[in-house]
Design a protein around this ligand. Structure first.
Ligand SMILES: Cc1ncc(COP(=O)(O)O)c(C=O)c1O
Length: 354
């Protein structure tokens, strides 16, 4: 566990650049493919650590990296792909694994928005070199601020334990070997890697343990809300579609590994036959006291911060570019009062008046 999902991403990239025990797989100047629909701190650690993010377009159905777009940016310096499972939707991990294997790329996953989602019966984040999770309070479980790095590589796990706490050896499983190799140094203060301090507190850990016990229940509630909203939309405003609605049929809330979407929010897209604009619909929701937000930040590569870093962008970013004009999202809270549900239902049923 670490103090945020952003820190988890930072440790993942760092661990692959400056390994204390194994051959490093990444070095300065290497390019990592990231989706244009990206949370900033998925892309920033890549740039902060001297690598180059290459922004590619996303698939309109899954909102995850479009592999044709990823293919179009492959070059001699491409070394990795950082997949984001967006807004709870598990992307098809096998196709990314295959793409990375074929092109000699590190495959890493940002699952900060998708705790509880499964791809082909494997929990997201379990098939790659390493993956991140966030427990920030709007996510599936909350430790107020908090995050997690997972890997099935024991050496990488030791790297994370060191990087999390100043580079200290004391949480590492190979601690005794470091002590034996450095007999002149005080074993209590022995540093093996160039670390950070991104530790969570015991209080965050305690909150997380309790939250974990409620995860299934909260995922079930999110799924039920998504089903209700989808039904209201289909009846009253078929021109406004819940992105990912096709996963509702497949989701089997009683069977964890059947859950392909853990619905972090409810992303909505206006069809081309919509009678009104995206902004009109968003204003309607706001007037009905239902908050709306853009889908993450639209196309991150268009944000001013990106001009400050070395980066590349795929030639076509059609889907990412359309996000701010065609889509928006509303919340998907697992605990809604009857009053909130009525407010939401009224906002959606009254769309039929457009
Ligand atoms: C895809 C993604 N990655 C990383 C993060 C960062 O997580 P945190 O807010 O815990 O730093 C977020 C946060 O919302 C996110 O959505």
């Amino acid at each position: 566990m670490v103090n945020s999902g952003s820190s988890a991403n930072l440790l993942i990239i760092d661990s692959l650049i400056r390994s204390s025990i194994a051959q490093s797989s990444l070095q300065a100047g290497d390019e990592i493919i990231v989706p244009g629909l990206s949370w900033p701190t998925t892309a920033w650690p890549i740039a902060q650590l001297g690598l180059v993010p290459v922004f590619v377009d996303v698939d309109p159905a899954t909102l995850a990296i479009d592999l044709n777009s990823a293919k179009s940016v492959l070059g001699p310096k491409t070394r990795g792909l950082f997949l984001i499972h967006a807004l709870g939707r598990a992307a098809d991990v096998s196709s990314y694994l295959e793409f990375c294997a074929r092109n000699g790329l590190e495959f890493i996953e940002d699952c900060c928005e998708s705790l509880g989602a499964y791809s082909s019966a494997s929990h997201v984040g379990t098939e790659s070199r390493a993956a991140s999770f966030s427990f920030y309070f709007s996510h599936h479980i909350s430790t107020i601020e908090g995050g997690m790095v997972v890997t099935s590589d024991a050496r990488l796990a030791d790297e994370f334990r060191g990087l999390r706490a100043h580079g200290w050896i004391r949480d590492r499983s190979d601690r005794d070997e470091w002590i034996d190799r450095n007999p002149t140094l005080d074993s209590r203060f022995l540093f093996a890697s160039v670390g950070y301090n991104v530790r969570p507190t015991e209080i965050q850990g305690a909150i997380g343990n309790v939250q974990l016990q409620r995860l299934d229940q909260m995922l079930f509630a999110r799924d039920s809300l998504a089903r209700a909203v989808n039904g209201w939309l289909e009846t009253n405003a078929p021109w406004l579609e819940l992105i990912g609605r096709e996963t509702l049929a497949a989701a089997a809330p009683s069977d964890r590994s059947g859950r392909t979407n853990s619905w972090m929010t409810l992303p909505l897209r206006l069809r081309s036959d919509a009678p009104v604009s995206r902004d009109d619909v968003a204003r309607h929701f706001e007037r009905c006291r239902v908050e709306t937000r853009p889908i993450i930040a639209g196309n991150l590569s268009r944000h001013p911060a990106v001009q400050l870093i070395d980066h590349r962008v795929a030639g076509s970013m059609t889907t990412c570019d359309s996000l701010l004009s065609d889509t928006f999202m509303i919340g998907c809270h697992p605990i809604l009062s009857t009053g909130s549900l009525t407010t939401l239902e009224a906002a959606i049923t009254s769309l039929s008046e457009f």
